[in-house]
Design a protein around this ligand. Structure first.
Ligand code: BGC
Length: 570
């Protein structure tokens, strides 16, 4: 989201300088004594007679079990209500004491609280803050990535990936490094999937959420660090397929809220992690399924009709957005399918409308949405250079080719950019950014076309030129011939916050035969290479690799193929 710093904050920098407030210091700077505390005071919104402010305190001295922050106003500001602190005011002097649940403040830890206040005239910012009687410095207004700030955790930056490293999951990294040739990519960042309640504490002795966040803090050092989480455990999960069915039945929305989202939110809100930029990608495939696989459509499934009727996808997504979005350093990105799913006119606008509905349910607002992610775990090429949607052959539009089949988009980049505009038009913030998962959409190797197809017909033209070599654009499981796409990268194109590897390369999309398991996962024949298809893939062959394990499990042959066909090549 674009959060422009106001003139007010610029004024604060001047005042701070004029009163000789000590310059902020990065902990660890050689030869400069650390300031005992720092304060980031932000007016988030302001109207005629009132304003909302957010305050973050960073404690650079010994750990505390309770705290009190004080400041004075020069004008007639009066705090009317607060949250995450008990705030009282006497004349111009304000005191904020911890709540029972956030009194413990580690050395190097941060805590945030907020309030509404009234005022008239000028809303001048306070110039001096104390923490337990000790004077703190204030944010110098130099921006969230200002190397002078010892962490500015309450400020959501426009693009969390800008100027930041991204967390390398040690568990994925070890599996990748153990593969022949895998060390070429084992230091790349990938998503951490919270795909069941047990994943919060770690499955089978593996790393849980806190272990990942602690490891991320270690990787962070004094720079900025993004951690990528996938929140994936809705009731009745994966309603149009079987491979990623989950542990919660269609009606278990309360369990989803209290045993999945609430504990995740409690961990992410720990002040220990306030310096991390936590990207949460919310519930892959769920809302798109409600648009395309319900009602009178040929692609409808009973399970998706159930989830539309009971509202539990919408409620779950809304609840997750509200809970997680309230945490100052969490950046929510909602799943937005991919071009070969929502790129048709029948799906495009209705999806944006449904996303808005979900983002304004269960207490969520559009401010809880930082952006959207497309192509997660999918194979759509990033950019088809050999044809565009506007091309025609002998007077026939490429939209009439079998491959494009009246879609408005031929690749993921054009879709993500156009969908961003659509989302803003229905009321999402104009600063939203898109992520594109490029973990398996490279389509390189020897079969990659080097120029446009023959102009005999739109089909020869499109099929001869397209990089995406799937049998049908609706195929999604362990695709034969796929390669790694663009390496993870910040701000690669207009409107795009990052290319990411949200689905870790080497993790299966689904098993190619039935495999008994305790994860709730079914056998989807779209993962069986002998399957001849259904309405959702134009009754085509599945194009899946053989001998695949359960979704999420390590699939060496897929990993090797992705490296083999990487584009750009390794
Ligand atoms: C699976 C999840 C897994 C994720 C990442 C999904 O297809 O259903 O269990 O965590 O992929 O590999």
């Amino acid at each position: 989201m674009s959060r422009t710093r106001t003139a007010i904050l610029a004024a604060l920098a001047l005042v701070a300088g004029a009163t000789g407030t000590a310059a902020a210091v990065v902990p660890g700077d050689v030869g400069i004594a650390a300031i005992p505390c720092s304060v980031d005071y932000k007016v988030q919104s302001q109207w005629d007679a009132g304003f909302t402010a957010a305050v973050t305190i960073t404690n650079n001295s010994a750990a505390k079990s309770s705290w009190a922050v004080k400041w004075s106003y020069a004008g007639n500001q009066k705090v009317t209500s607060g949250w995450n602190a008990k705030i009282s005011q006497s004349g111009a002097a304000v005191t904020a004491n911890n709540e029972t649940y956030n009194g413990s403040l580690a050395s190097g830890g941060s805590v945030s609280f907020g309030f509404n206040a009234s005022y008239s005239g000028t809303n001048a910012l306070p110039t001096t803050f104390t923490l337990d009687g000790v004077t703190c410095n204030v944010d110098d207004g130099g921006g969230p990535t200002d190397p002078g700030d010892p962490g500015d955790p309450s400020a959501k930056v426009d693009n969390p990936y800008s100027g930041a490293k991204v967390y390398v999951n040690p568990e994925w990294s070890a599996k990748a490094a153990a593969e022949t040739g895998g060390s070429r990519i084992s230091n790349q960042p990938t998503g951490v999937w919270l795909d069941r309640i047990a994943a919060i504490n770690g499955v089978g002795g593996g790393m849980g959420l806190r272990a990942h966040l602690d490891a991320a803090l270690a990787q962070k050092g004094s720079g900025e660090e993004v951690v990528q989480l996938v929140v994936y455990d809705l009731p009745g999960r994966d309603c149009a397929a079987l491979a990623s069915n989950g542990e919660l039945g269609p009606t278990e929305i309360d369990k989803y809220k209290t045993q999945f989202i609430d504990p995740i939110a409690a961990i992410l809100a720990d002040s220990k992690y306030a310096g991390l930029r936590i990207v949460t990608t919310i519930e892959i495939d769920s809302l798109p399924n409600l648009v395309t696989n319900t009602g009178s459509r040929a692609t409808a499934t009973p399970a998706c009709d159930t989830m539309l009727a009971n509202g539990n996808y919408v409620k779950g997504v809304g609840y997750a957005l509200a809970k997680l979005g309230a945490i100052p350093n969490v950046y929510n990105y909602i799943d937005a399918g991919h071009h070969g799913w929502l790129g048709w006119d029948d799906n495009f606008a209705p999806s944006a409308t449904l996303f808005k509905q979900a983002a304004t349910s269960e207490g969520a607002t559009v401010d809880d949405v930082h952006g959207f992610i497309t192509n997660t775990a999918n194979y759509s090429a990033l950019k088809e250079n050999n044809f565009t949607i506007n091309d025609a052959v002998n007077g026939t539009s490429v939209r009439q080719s079998k491959w494009v089949d009246w879609n408005r988009y031929v690749d993921e980049l054009s879709y993500a950019q156009a969908f961003r505009t659509q989302l803003v038009s229905v009321g999402f913030n104009s600063g939203i950014g898109m992520l594109i998962d490029t973990s398996r959409n490279g389509w390189g190797g020897t079969a990659r076309p080097t120029g446009p197809g023959a102009t005999t017909s739109v089909d020869t033209y499109v099929d001869g030129g397209r990089y995406d070599r799937r049998i049908h654009v609706g195929n999604w499981c362990n695709q034969s011939g796929a390669g790694l796409g663009e390496r993870p990268k910040a701000a690669p194109a207009t409107g795009i916050d990052a290319y990411v590897w949200m689905k870790p390369p080497g993790e299966s999309d689904g098993s190619s035969t039935a495999i008994p398991n305790d994860e709730g996962k079914g056998f989807d024949r779209m993962c069986d290479p002998t399957y001849t298809g259904n309405a959702r893939n134009g009754n085509s062959m599945s194009g899946a690799l053989a001998n695949a394990p359960l979704s999420g499990h390590w699939f060496s042959a897929q990993f090797q193929q992705l490296m083999q066909n990487a584009y750009p090549s390794l």
